[in-house]
Design a protein around this ligand. Structure first.
Ligand code: SF4
Length: 386
């Protein structure tokens, strides 16, 4: 087995790190902004302002997102001003993609729900401190004028006080940045918690909270947690009471599609204060693959129910969108609600899409999905504005 060696030499204003093998074991990770990059070296500036040059001497190595799988993720390739993390085993992760609106602070793999279609199944690991440190480094390095940043996990409210600290930092240092936090909202059942959180929140922050049914037992089954519906339902009111902006997220599955129109009415009657409702297609990865028998339903099966739900909410002046569905699978009346929502690094089109007249406004589908649509149908006549 090759033994990894990491050598550090001082340059004029920083270090030089030479990685001599793929198996090199760094003492710890390094996070920095990419100042310069070529095939065999990269220069990072860390939060203290030191320049760190990393050279890889292996002949086989081509600098890419992952040392061990060069080229495979070429679409993701590192560019200048990205923030990256060089990990213990030599892996490289992009933590912040310069110029992208899909950047997020990943705060934990832990979750108190276990949704049947979760694309990133929760892990029972003690990782909050680890990610908290990393996210603070990211916040020290990213431009203060970024338009938007997400916070996601796992379940962010499991961070306790640390979520307040992150939000407070965003509020103070990034006053004009929109912050989008994905949470199951169950913790909002505790109004004292919401009251405290509201003090640390930027006015531009929004919580994206899932509600999968107007029937408690269906919602609880989907999220695999008893009383989750009750907690979230009360939580939504507590959130409104303390001035938090709320988006309701509905992932469409076999378990809930028939009641989408009823769910839309329930939302209008009970949560007219929400600023946005998003109906979402499934990303078939993680638990969604394991549970595909239970949850999988094709968009053509639920399109009537989706149309009724979206048009109803729209008629009630509730801002409504459809995420994660290819345009050719969406009813034409719903095209104005369809959003290119899939992160650029996960987005994919098929060969057929080359023929499609609406490729520019279609968000495609998930490259990461293990179950693909088999009825992608290029739009041959531009119809969007008709
Ligand atoms: S054919 Fe491709 S680009 Fe066109 S709408 Fe369908 S998925 Fe989108």
């Amino acid at each position: 087995m090759m033994v990894g060696i990491m050598k550090m030499k001082y340059l004029d204003h920083g270090f030089k790190i030479i990685i001599e093998t793929f198996n090199m074991i760094a003492k710890s990770y390094i996070i920095g902004v990419v100042e310069d990059i070529d095939l065999h070296s990269i220069t990072l500036k860390n939060k203290e302002g030191f320049l760190i040059k990393i050279e890889v001497t292996s002949e086989n190595f081509v600098f890419s997102d992952y040392f061990i799988r060069p080229k495979k993720f070429s679409k993701l390739s590192v560019s200048k001003l990205d923030i990256i993390k060089i990990e213990k085993r030599g892996g490289v992760k992009i933590l912040f993609k310069h110029g992208s609106n899909d950047n997020l602070l990943f705060v934990t793999d832990q979750c108190n729900s276990s949704c049947l279609m979760c694309s990133q199944p929760p892990k029972n690991v003690d990782d909050i401190e680890y990610f908290y440190k990393i996210n603070n480094e990211i916040l020290s390095l990213i431009p203060k004028d970024i338009e938007v940043i997400g916070i996601s996990g796992g379940e962010p409210t499991l961070l306790g006080e640390k979520l307040n600290l992150i939000l407070k930092r965003l509020k103070l240092e990034f006053p004009n940045t929109r912050v989008h936090i994905l949470s199951n909202g169950r913790k909002f059942f505790d109004k004292n918690y919401v009251s405290r959180l509201s003090l640390d929140i930027n006015k531009l922050a929004t919580f994206g909270i899932p509600l999968y049914s107007d029937i408690a037992t269906i919602h609880d089954y989907v999220v695999q947690a008893k009383n989750a519906f009750y907690q979230t339902a009360i939580g939504l009111h507590n959130a409104a009471r303390f001035g938090l902006n709320i988006e309701i997220r509905i992932v469409i599955t076999k378990l809930n599609y028939e009641r989408l129109p009823k769910l839309a009415k329930y939302i209008f009657m009970n949560y007219p204060f929400v600023e946005h409702v998003a109906f979402m297609g499934v990303e078939y990865t993680g638990f969604a693959v394991v549970n595909s028998e239970l949850i999988k339903v094709n968009p053509d099966v639920y399109m009537d129910q989706l149309k009724e739900a979206v048009l109803f909410l729209n008629s009630m002046k509730i801002n409504t969108s459809i995420y994660n569905l290819p345009l050719c699978l969406v009813h034409r009346k719903l095209w104005p609600f369809s959003v290119k929502s899939i992160s650029d690094w996960k987005q994919e089109y098929s060969n057929d899409c080359k023929l499609c007249e609406e490729v520019n406004i279609c968000g495609g589908f998930f490259r990461t999905s293990r179950l693909k649509y088999n009825n992608i149908n290029p739009i041959l006549e531009k119809k969007y504005n008709e």
